[in-house]
Design a protein around this ligand. Structure first.
Ligand code: NAD
Ligand code: UDP
Length: 378
């Protein structure tokens, strides 16, 4: 492998990365990228390894030995500090980050996103290790910017105040926990010199995101919107639009977003002390428009015509239960990441849906067919 150069033309030294939550959606893509394109080593920590098992075995893989899986729960495992000490850089991805959990499991959500992340920050700070922490665009809360004139400085979410819903709207338990851990990391940087980077993902989507209920996850669980809509399309059911599907999101292809993370990893001088929005402002749609586009793309990749009524309206109370509230709109501002790392997203919404739904169809269509014709036990 040729020596990799950083953005300032200096050779990049191979490093060891302690990746917590490596078995999840983002972690699996990041591990794949690091193994295929860099000489770095990964200590992969998670309670699950299904999404990275293709990288772990067999011994004949070209990166054999550069990635080692440690099955552990960071809530209670004394090996955590030792693994952080062994690494040059820690990346923390571990979290409960599915909206269906925020109002129904608020305690688990707050513990996972704040309390469980505390020792990771502490060990990095005490051992002078660099930390890349995954936060969320939800720390911005409800948008104030969209109600203001175009030239108002408050339209810039990076510097404007953040607005959350009331306490009984438990949806905001996640955003609030993420914001407090961001503030703590920022304070560790300011008071104790912790080298940190915070990442705020804006709806990264692609293959291996979440699970298909009843196939590789519990049938009664509700994943994020990509997997919900994929599940509906695979089962030839109408896509459920929560409260009319009026909320807006910007979707970025996971492979574009992973390029941004690799730039952060390999350019510490440009990334330390910064908070990066990572999203694709060009891919903004309402959830209804997303449903319509996914329906068209899936008809193309599956070769089957779409349903006559492809969507159905459902109330948020019925779909998510009491205490749900929605993020109305996100405004991903790419100024900082563009200036520091020269990164820009590339993939259009249509193209990323086409490759993702091709993957979903290949991976799940057979299993869904079998599960739907299972004879009822007599
Ligand atoms: P994911 O659920 O697929 O991955 C999280 C991983 O962390 C899972 O594999 C889980 O098993 C692991 N984990 C959770 N608690 C753990 C614990 N106590 N010990 C060990 N492992 C644990 O989610 P993702 O989409 O890959 O998200 C990763 C990070 O990015 C999260 O912090 C999330 O809040 C943030 N984020 C993601 C998005 C997105 O668009 N995907 C958006 C906003 C924020
Ligand atoms: N949503 C929907 N139908 C579904 C799943 C989600 O209309 O089957 C909506 C949800 O209410 C929200 C948006 O899709 O407005 C995005 O939801 P997601 O779970 O991806 O997470 P979020 O962006 O809110 O964190």
């Amino acid at each position: 492998m040729a020596t990799r150069m950083d953005l300032d033309g200096r050779p990049i030294k191979p490093m060891t990365i302690c990746m917590i939550g490596a078995g999840g959606f983002i972690g699996s893509h990041l591990c794949e990228k690091l193994m295929a394109e860099t000489p770095h080593k990964v200590l992969a920590l998670d309670v699950y390894s299904d999404k990275i098992k293709h990288l772990l075995e067999p011994d004949s893989l070209p990166w054999a030995g550069r990635i080692v899986f440690h099955r552990l729960n960071i809530k209670h495992d004394s090996r955590l500090e030792g693994l952080i000490k062994m690494a040059d850089l820690t990346i923390n991805l571990a979290a409960i980050c599915t909206p269906a959990d925020y109002n129904t499991r608020p305690l688990d959500t707050i513990y996972s996103n704040f309390i469980d992340a505390l020792p990771v920050v502490k060990y990095c700070s005490e051992n002078n290790k660099r930390l890349i922490h995954f936060s969320t665009c939800e720390v911005y809360g409800k948008t104030i910017g969209s109600f203001l004139p175009k030239d108002s400085p408050l339209r810039k979410e990076d510097t404007s105040p953040c607005i959350f819903g009331s306490i009984e709207k438990q949806r905001w338990s996640y955003a609030c926990a993420k914001q407090l851990i961001e503030r703590l990391i920022y304070a560790e940087g300011a008071e104790n010199g912790l080298d940190f980077t915070i990442v705020r993902p804006f709806n990264w989507i692609g293959p291996r995101m979440d699970f298909i209920p009843g196939i590789d996850g519990p049938s009664e669980s509700v994943p994020r919107v990509l997997a919900c809509f994929s599940n509906n399309l695979l089962r030839r059911e109408p896509l459920k639009l929560v409260d009319g599907g009026e909320s807006q999101r910007t979707f970025v292809y996971i492979k574009d977003a992973i390029e941004a993370v690799l730039l952060m990893i390999e350019n510490p001088d440009r990334a330390n002390g910064h908070i990066f929005n990572v999203g694709n402002p060009n891919n903004e749609v309402t959830v209804r428009q997303l449903a319509e586009m996914m329906t068209k793309v899936y008809a193309k990749v599956s070769g089957k015509p779409s349903l006559e009524s492809p969507t159905i309206d459902v109330s948020s109370k019925e779909f998510y239960g009491e205490g749900y509230d929605d993020s109305d709109k996100r405004i991903p501002d790419m100024t900082i990441i563009n200036r520091q790392l020269g990164w820009n997203p590339k993939t259009t919404l249509w193209d990323l849906l086409e490759s993702t739904l091709t993957y979903q169809h290949r991976t799940y269509a057979e299993a869904i067919k079998k599960s739907m014709v299972k004879p009822i036990a007599s």
